[in-house]
Design a protein around this ligand. Structure first.
Ligand SMILES: [Zn+2]
Length: 182
């Protein structure tokens, strides 16, 4: 990794951790629990505590964090917040409001975001941000190659392909993390 970015990582991880905790605090009360049909669809893949404690908040757009412009000035490449459909902050999932999104697309999106809830549950907020931002920097700042995202997309695809075969997201995430943290 470029030494300039290596030096910025502790700053980015600390700021992102504070940000995620404050977003969760700010939105948790405004959130709604997963609807009963949605809970039912996800039940074969996530423990009931994950499904019961996750809050959805529908927002106009996912806003970049307050430290983002400063981080950009210090040389980090852009991260495309504007095109994000959803973003997870521990147990709180922000979802961009899109009336044209189908129910199936929402189920698939929620599956993806709940994989991140499980990752937060295993790593803690600081550990999640460390793995996410380090994974971003180590993979040339390419969103699709962030290991935590690779896992989330891989499991989401598996779910979409055949929803009649349950599997444990937690077990899959744990296995993937052992690979990441080698
Ligand atoms: Zn994701």
């Amino acid at each position: 990794m470029n030494p300039q970015f290596e030096g910025l990582l502790p700053y980015l991880i600390a700021e992102a951790t504070t940000w995620a905790a404050s977003i969760e605090q700010q939105f948790l009360f405004k959130g709604q629990r997963l609807s009963p049909p949605l809970q039912e669809r996800l039940a074969g893949f996530f423990e009931s505590s994950i499904i019961a404690n996750t809050m959805l908040v529908f927002v106009e757009a996912i806003q970049p964090p307050p430290f983002y412009s400063e981080a950009r000035k210090r040389g980090i490449p852009p991260y495309d917040f504007a095109s994000m459909e959803g973003m997870t902050f521990n147990k709180c999932v922000l979802v961009r409001s899109r009336p044209e999104r189908s129910q199936e697309e929402l189920v698939s999106l929620c599956f993806h975001e709940l994989v991140h809830v499980v990752q937060y549950d295993l790593l803690g907020i600081a550990g999640f941000m460390k793995a996410y931002i380090r994974g971003w920097a180590e993979n040339d700042f390419i969103y699709e190659r962030i290991p935590l995202e690779v896992t989330a997309y891989k499991l989401q695809e598996r779910f979409v392909r055949d929803q009649t075969i349950p599997f444990s997201v937690r077990a899959e995430v744990q296995g993937a993390l052992l690979g990441i943290e080698k």
